[in-house]
Design a protein around this ligand. Structure first.
Ligand SMILES: *Cc1c(COP(=O)(O)O)cnc(C)c1O
Length: 410
């Protein structure tokens, strides 16, 4: 017997849960790519993409995943031999830096370990040692550790050090889930992709940049023609948005996703993600009262609102994930970068993905399912996790439809 027949739930940190309306918008014959509504629809995405990042600058679209956006950001700003400072809070920062090295950049790395966000003091120390960096690379939310860093604080220490470097931010996991302010935080280049907070199937990536970053682009002797952002943000012909055929169906999907974010309101989207994350943390704290389960990031102020890393000890992480998937239709994320894949310790981690089109009943179901999985796998755990999550959700402010009632339910 299996209890997993029914609608499955992919609770990993990307691809995220996608709205049916996004999928339905994509289910159509191919549109004309030379004239007609697709041209206007594409142009309409730009201001809404900028809005989600609170940017007044520019955004280039690529047919790519997040790795493509990583490469695009570097291809437009950094020449071989130039130096980059990576602020590493998990696997993803190192992945981006590895790519920079393969493109010929020289990378210095400040390591913050697997359980901490960026410490601005250490960044100041690094910039005191040398100050000839072309770029400082930071990951807003490193999806491997679930650490969320203070990007504005990084800008502050760069300014205090008189650094000319460009500030790069990877917001692939955070955009549309956690508040991010491109203009206010002084970011020069930001990369993201469509399959996490933007709730669209993998296949589109975005590079946001400002005039300072564009000046770096203009200063390069050579730029890869495919990754060049200039024609993409200022196309003479429609195909130049994408350097070729448009990602036709993704554009329709993304249009609906951005409409949904706008209709909900960006602040409400962030509040929803924060509250749902807090429900998962409350449940995890209850489990951790008795047994091995522990959140990877101890300080709630340093945690992502879109992904939560958990430590539980090998082989329990894998056992629990397998039970949840095959018995209950709930797929949890693997631990990433916490131990080598061939190390038995690799099986001691998992992650909750709670980004995108996720609501309270899904998170209560997620918590209840993991609670059942802990029991089924005979993993020691504290009692009251579902109750703790329910209390967080019950304490949330009421939506307008209930708040306006003469006799609200509570
Ligand atoms: C998902 C993710 C990536 C990689 O994106 P892909 O689409 O898998 O290439 C990079 N950085 C962060 C922070 C991510 O969450």
């Amino acid at each position: 017997m299996s209890l997993n027949h029914g609608r499955s739930y992919l609770a990993i940190p990307g691809p995220s849960v996608m709205p049916d309306a996004v999928l339905q918008a994509m289910h159509r014959p191919s549109p004309n790519i030379y004239a007609g509504e697709l041209i206007d629809l594409t142009a309409s995405l730009i201001p809404d993409l900028l809005h989600v990042a609170r940017s007044s600058q520019k955004v280039a679209i690529y047919i790519a995943n997040g790795h493509g956006a990583w490469e695009a950001a570097l291809a437009n700003t950094v020449a071989p031999g130039e130096r980059i400072l990576l602020l590493a809070t998990g696997n993803f920062g190192h992945g981006w830096a590895d790519m920079a090295e393969r493109l010929g950049a020289v990378v210095d790395r400040v390591e913050f370990g697997k359980r901490s966000p960026i410490d601005p003091t250490a960044v100041a120390d690094a910039l005191a040692k040398r100050n000839d960096y072309k770029a400082v690379m930071a990951v807003h939310v490193d999806t491997a550790t679930s650490a969320r860093s203070d990007i504005a604080a990084v800008r502050q220490v760069m300014d205090d050090a008189g650094s000319d470097a460009l500030l790069f931010a990877d917001c692939i996991a955070s955009l549309g889930c956690d508040d991010f302010r491109f203009d206010d935080w002084g970011v020069d280049v930001m990369v993201t992709a469509c399959q996490k907070g933007l709730m669209t199937p993998p296949g589109m990536a975005f590079v946001y940049f400002n005039d300072r970053a564009d000046a770096a682009r203009q200063g390069l002797a050579q730029v890869s023609p495919y990754w060049d952002w200039s024609p993409r943000v200022d196309p003479d012909m429609y195909y130049q948005y994408f350097c070729g055929t448009a990602p036709t169906h993704h554009l329709y999907g993304l249009r609906v996703a951005l409409d949904m974010i706008k209709a909900e309101g960006l602040d409400n989207v962030f509040d929803r993600h924060r509250t749902l994350a807090q429900a998962i943390w409350a449940a995890s704290d209850a489990w951790g009262q008795d047994g091995p389960l522990e959140l990877n990031i101890q300080n709630p102020d340093h945690r992502s609102h879109a992904v939560t890393g958990v430590r539980i000890g090998a082989p329990l992480g894998t056992q629990l994930r397998e039970w949840c998937e095959h018995q209950a239709g709930l797929t949890l994320g693997i631990g990433l970068g916490m131990a080598a894949p061939d190390d038995p310790a690799w099986h001691g981690f998992f992650r909750f993905g709670h980004m995108g089109h996720v609501n309270a009943q899904m998170v209560i179901g997620l918590v209840g399912t993991v609670d059942a999985g802990l029991k089924a796998c005979a993993i020691d755990h504290g009692a009251g996790a579902v109750d703790a999550a329910a209390r967080v959700i019950a304490a949330a402010p009421l939506p307008k439809v209930l708040a306006a009632k003469a006799e609200p339910c509570c």
